[in-house]
Every structure is written in structure tokens, then in C-alpha cells.
Ligand binder design. Structure first.
Ligand code: ZN
Length: 307
């Protein structure tokens, strides 16, 4: 079953014949909408907040599978000989079964960073690549009993490391400001940049690092990272984020550069409330502890005392 929506052809996994996957998708949960965040066109799977244990799977027309697990988006990239899974979600779902239902290729599993909503399902796989700063976080919570690889092997990503999936190459780049362990992944074939939480559709959180780095120091790192992305701009057609939408325009990078520059000059627009796109007001101490700034379509949340 296929339907056209904009230029995107979408195929739902429940049309695959594997009976084991039949529980995964409910048709009504897979409506995807294009929406506009103050002029930034992106896509978002609606209803994902209501999905519970369900996983939504969508195939894009550039051969990337979008795997929506509650509010986290994981991705599967298929090459000729191997496939790459980017992030493993919360670990409440049998992600291996889902991935095997999509393709039977040997799998490379990578984490964008060590936060629990990206590494939770690592125990379904024998080995996972991640930044070395993510090792202790990823192993902090032991994989649940039903996961087959409780002592899965962690492998350290290097900046510029290339994965050859067979006629499809993915390069991993260090891009760490939201968290010390962050990597982004560039799929050279489709021009998709997988950014984890370093660039996401709603807002970038700068209050969730392990270290006590001063707020403006994080912003300086972030700005340097955006310039790193600008240097490869001609290779980027779209940004695939882990939260709040995917297929973001590369112009989003310019908005974040503008936000960083204004922030460093204390000229960024301070919002009345830290809550925003699927980011509730009470999280991380809410209004008492957090502040939000916005410029163009870019938005940061940070700890007030760190400014
Ligand atoms: Zn994160």
C-alpha cells in the first residue's frame, strides 16, 4: 500500500508480509504531515506522542527508512552489502526484529550520542559504534533481560571515519555541543545529514552535557560546529534530526549560526517561557532553571545560571 504525499512516496511496513511485524504499525498512526515552523518546512509524524510501545516505519524516496519510536527518530540506511542503523531508541521495543523485517543485510549500528533515548536498544545488537565519551553513559543501564546482547561490544568512532555500505558511503564527523559524545553522519548518496540532537526540529538543548562547561563556552563550540557543517554544505541536501521532524532544510544551519552570534553578543531574543516544541515547561527544573532564546528558526534551551 502506497500513497503519494507531496513529492514523498511513503510505504508502510505493515504491507510487508512478515507476520511478526504485524503488530508494529497501525495505519492511523502513520499519517505524516508537512508542517512549517515559522517558515521552516519539515516533516513530522503526527500522533507519535500517543504511540506507546508502537514503532512507526516510513520509507523515504531517498532510500532511508525512518523509524519513529515515541518521540525519537532512528534511521536505517540501506547499501548494497550492508545497512546502517542510526540510534536505538529507548529499548522498549524489539528493534532488531523491526530492522530484520525491513532488510536482511548485515547491520552496522551507530549511536549519535550517549543519551538514554538514543542508546536504550543497544542490547539488541552484538556491537555498537559510538563516540568514546558515550561509553560509560551507554553502559550505565544494563540492557533489559529480553535483550540478547547484554554485554554488547562498544566500538569507538573516529572523526572522519567512513563506513562503506556497498555503493553507499557514510562518513561520521565529531559534532559535539549538545553532548560531549555527539557524532553526525553524512550519507553521500542521498545528501542526508543525520544530526542526532545537535540539530533538531524543535530546539537544541544545551543543558544536558556531563561537564560543567559555562554556557557561552558551549555556544562557542556550537558555533564552530556549524561552521564545520558550512564547509561541507554543498554535500548536504537535508537534515535528518532525532526529534521533532526530519527533512529539515540545510538553511537551518545558517539560523543556528545567527543565533550563536547574537547570543555571544547578548542580543538574542529571550523567550518568556523555556517550553516549546514538544518540550514541556516542567522539564529540567522548568522556568526556574531554564531559559530559551530564539533567532530566525533556531532555538536553544540552556541553564540560566550558566549564562
Ligand atoms: Zn541528547
Amino acid at each position: 500500500m502506497e500513497k503519494e504525499e507531496g513529492k514523498e512516496k511513503r510505504r508502510y511496513i505493515y504491507t510487508l508480509t512478515k507476520p511478526t511485524l504485524s503488530y508494529i504499525l497501525k495505519k492511523e498512526m502513520r499519517k505524516t504531515e508537512y508542517y512549517d515552523k515559522r517558515g521552516l518546512t519539515m516533516k513530522r509524524d503526527i500522533n507519535y506522542g500517543l504511540m506507546g510501545k508502537k514503532i512507526g516505519v516510513t520509507k523515504t524516496d531517498f532510500d532511508v527508512w525512518v523509524i519513529q519510536i515515541k518521540n525519537v527518530t532512528c534511521y536505517l540506511i540501506e547499501g548494497k552489502d550492508q545497512a546502517m542503523l542510526i540510534d536505538t531508541g529507548y529499548g522498549r521495543n524489539d528493534l532488531k526484529r523491526v530492522v530484520q523485517g525491513i532488510c536482511g543485510l548485515p547491520l552496522i549500528v551507530v549511536n549519535t550520542h550517549g543519551h538514554y533515548d538514543h542508546v536504550g536498544g543497544n542490547g539488541y545488537f552484538p556491537e555498537v559504534w559510538m563516540g568514546k565519551e558515550a561509553f560509560s553513559l551507554a553502559k550505565k543501564k544494563r540492557p533489559k533481560r529480553r535483550m540478547p546482547y547484554k554485554d554488547y561490544k562498544v566500538l569507538a568512532l573516529e572523526d572522519g571515519q567512513v563506513f562503506d555500505l556497498g555503493e553507499r558511503q557514510i562518513t561520521a564527523y565529531v559534532l559535539a555541543a549538545h553532548h560531549e559524545s555527539s557524532f553526525v553522519f553524512l550519507d553521500h548518496n542521498s545528501g542526508s545529514l543525520f544530526t542526532g540532537d545537535e540539530l533538531e526540529g524543535g530546539q537544541v538543548l544545551l543543558n544536558v552535557r556531563e561537564d560543567n562547561l559555562a554556557y557561552k563556552d558551549i555556544v562557542r563550540k556550537y558555533l564552530a560546529n556549524m561552521h564545520k557543517l558550512k564547509e561541507m554544505e554543498d554535500k548536504i541536501k537535508r537534515i535528518m534530526a532525532s526529534h521533532n521532524g526530519y527533512c529539515l532544510s540545510p538553511s537551518y544551519i545558517d539560523d543556528y549560526i545567527e543565533l550563536c552570534e547574537k547570543l555571544l553578543e547578548d542580543k538574542a531574543t529571550l523567550m518568556a517561557n523555556p517550553s516549546g516544541y514538544w518540550f514541556p515547561a516542567y522539564l529540567f527544573g522548568g522556568k526556574r532553571k531554564l531559559a530559551r532564546v530564539e533567532e530566525a528558526k533556531a532555538s536553544f534551551v540552556y541553564r540560566k545560571e550558566k549564562r
